[in-house]
Design a protein around this ligand. Structure first.
Ligand SMILES: Nc1ncnc2c1ncn2[C@@H]1O[C@H](COP(=O)(O)OP(=O)(O)OP(=O)(O)O)[C@@H](O)[C@H]1O
Length: 612
């Protein structure tokens, strides 16, 4: 409970600081407008009472006109101030949304590794944190709203107190159950949102599948539309059912609270009328009392609702605070230095790895040296752990046991972003960005992102320059039909769709743009290329990697035979290593796989063709 309070206070502080840093002036204006709005009803009630008492008493015309002018002025303020606060509230909202969105995604980019993005709990939290960014302004404006309601309530409570202390007590007591009930409901609603988080993420997944081009082919070929829609609707009905249950709880609690308010207000009115008839209250007192009771209840109701809503906003915002303050998923020692330029090589020393304690071991004591300046090829069956090893080299994860040494320095002791500055590569599941051709290659190196000359040189190395230059808008052509730039909206021919092999060359160009890096990782860089293109790309890569340290993963063993060192990964360890001829002489796994593949390329003998 105390920890809960600390968390909520931390969230409130963070929201206030965020608002103040981005929208201090609108916040001051908003506070002033709200205070005016809060004071106006109290002023109207008092002025009305004074007018009534003046009319039934001995007030002069001048006094009455003064009161009427006061009433008119308050009326004008009552009419204008809400518009002012709405305008200023929107200013605050936009400023805070911009700040929190920026900070949230800066925080997610700060995680050095990949693990958080594979944890369902973190992904649920991230979704709630995104929701929380849109609630930041709500915390500030509701916070001010609470002050406004408190000012109105205090003003009217003071007014009722002047008339009857007993009645004041009754009105205040009626607000306590409302406060408790609303807070409970708010907590329950936030917890419910957490519970339905996984279902909502699956809903998003199904609806994305049903509305994006990537899945459209299979969905049509396998007639999956109904199946996916069924799953989507099942998730939707789960979340709706949870929300419906919550709405019902809220309805019954709020109904009971409304009844309680009505009973208190009705009882109070009967008492005030009886008192006026007995002569202990004036007509103005009754008017004041009637307005005050309703207003106090209204203000307390708003106050209680405001507290409940703020509590809900704070809890969602708490997920945002948790994400932006989360510890990095990989330990980076304070003062970690960048790795030195590679001069000797990279050594994997007894590297064991599994994705989590619940997963099986993928690497079981890998010992391997990637010598400086050598072209090393990594081969092995599907699931042998080749891409996993690449992820460890980029320090997306740390080995569970053992170490990876960069010229003798443990990767755990260097800054991950500085390490990655020294690496370039193409992943097996490389990205196809919905950007222009220029940007698709340019994102490979932020420092030369705008240098079309460098971009084209990289594209030439990957053999894709001619193709990209010939596109309708050259390198500025969007490589997508999903988005279009403003000027292209009417021209459907300007967004183009590349083939799988063309994308692969574009991804390779992106890697080549990071020229001069110490290590080039090529994970299946030519799997989608036709034989001619594959031979061409490998010839280019051979030229490119000459004298550079590179790690090539490929299932097409003819493309790795000229590597300086071929490493076979099997059962989580290095089973074989050596040059092509050595490994063929050993006649082990490599030789078996090579011969198997080579056999497929041999021309069939005439008797094979004749065979039935
Ligand atoms: N993020 C992950 N979480 C849990 N297990 C994973 C993850 N990524 C890969 N694996 C598992 O690790 C094993 C090795 O996968 P990896 O992708 O490294 O193999 P690979 O040798 O590159 O295979 P392929 O030749 O098919 O590309 C597989 O059994 C896979 O299921």
């Amino acid at each position: 409970m105390a920890a809960d309070g600390v968390r909520l206070t931390a969230s409130a502080r963070e929201a206030a600081a965020t608002g103040w840093s981005g929208a201090a002036v609108p916040m001051i204006g908003y506070a002033a407008a709200l205070l005016g709005t809060a004071a106006a009803p109290v002023a109207v009630a008092w002025l009305t009472k004074l007018v009534i008492d003046g009319l039934t008493g001995t007030a002069s015309l001048a006094e009455l006109l003064g009161l009427a002018a006061g009433l008119a002025g308050t009326g004008v303020a009552t009419a204008i101030l809400p518009h002012c606060s709405r305008y200023l509230g929107s200013q605050i909202s936009r400023a805070m949304a911009a700040t929190t969105t920026d900070r949230l995604f800066a925080a997610t980019a700060r995680f050095p590794g990949l693990r958080p993005f594979e944890e369902p709990r973190f992904l649920d939290r991230l979704r709630l944190a995104q929701e929380g960014t849109s609630r930041a302004d709500g915390i500030v404006t509701e916070g001010f709203g609470l002050v406004r309601s408190a000012v109105t309530a205090i003003g009217f409570v003071g007014s009722v107190l002047v008339i009857s202390p007993v009645m004041t007590l009754i009105v205040l007591c009626a607000a306590v159950p409302a406060l408790v009930a609303q807070l409970k409901l708010s907590r329950r609603r936030t917890a419910m949102m957490g519970e339905i988080g996984p279902a909502e993420r699956r809903q998003l997944f199904y609806s994305t599948l049903l509305s994006t081009i990537e899945a459209a082919k299979e969905i049509r070929l396998f007639n999956l539309g109904g199946f996916l829609r069924g799953r989507l609707m099942a998730e939707l009905s789960t979340t709706h059912e949870a929300k419906r249950r919550m709405d019902r709880k809220e309805l019954s609690a709020e109904g009971a609270l409304a009844l309680l308010s009505a009973v208190v207000a009705g009882g109070g009115l009967v008492w005030a009328i009886a008192a006026a008839r007995a002569g202990t209250l004036t007509v103005g007192d009754v008017s004041m009392f009637t307005v005050a009771v309703v207003a106090v209840q209204g203000a307390l109701d708003t106050l209680v609702n405001g507290i409940a809503i703020t509590d809900h906003h704070l809890r969602l915002f708490g997920h945002y605070v948790a994400v932006i303050r989360a510890e990095p998923d990989l330990a980076v020692p304070a003062g970690a230095a960048p790795p030195p330029p590679l001069r000797r090589g990279i050594e994997l020393r007894d590297v064991w790895f599994r994705y989590s304690d619940d997963h099986p071991w993928i690497l079981r004591g890998v010992d391997l040296v990637i010598p400086y300046g050598a072209a090393v090829a990594l081969v092995g069956l599907n699931g042998a752990g080749k891409s996993t090893l690449v992820k460890l080299l980029c320090r997306f994860y740390d080995p569970s046991r053992g170490a990876i040494l960069w010229d003798g320095t443990d990767l755990r002791d260097v800054r991950p972003e500085a390490l990655r500055e020294r690496i370039s590569g193409v992943f097996q599941d490389h990205m196809a960005y919905d950007f222009s051709a220029r940007d698709n290659i340019g994102v490979g190196d932020a420092r030369v992102h705008d240098d079309l000359g460098r971009i084209r040189a990289a594209a030439r190395k990957a053999g894709v320059d001619e193709l990209l230059a010939a596109l309708p808008r050259g390198y500025d052509t969007l490589l997508t039909r999903t988005y279009s730039s403003e000027e292209d909206r009417e021209d459907s021919s300007t967004g183009v769709v590349l083939s799988g092999g063309q994308w692969q060359r574009t991804a390779l160009a992106r890697a080549f743009l990071r020229d001069g890096r110490d290590l080039m990782i090529l994970d299946e860089p030519s799997s989608g290329l036709d034989p001619e293109a594959e031979a061409d790309v490998h010839a280019r890569m051979r030229r490119h990697r000459a004298g550079r340290t590179s790690l090539l993963i490929s299932h097409r063993l003819n493309t790795v035979r000229d590597a300086d060192l071929i490493v076979v990964l099997e059962d989580g360890v290095v089973a074989e290593r050596g040059g092509h001829d050595d490994l063929m002489a050993v006649d082990g796994t490599y030789a078996r796989l090579f011969r198997l593949q080579a056999r497929g390329y041999h021309e069939m003998a005439p008797r094979d063709v004749r065979a039935p």
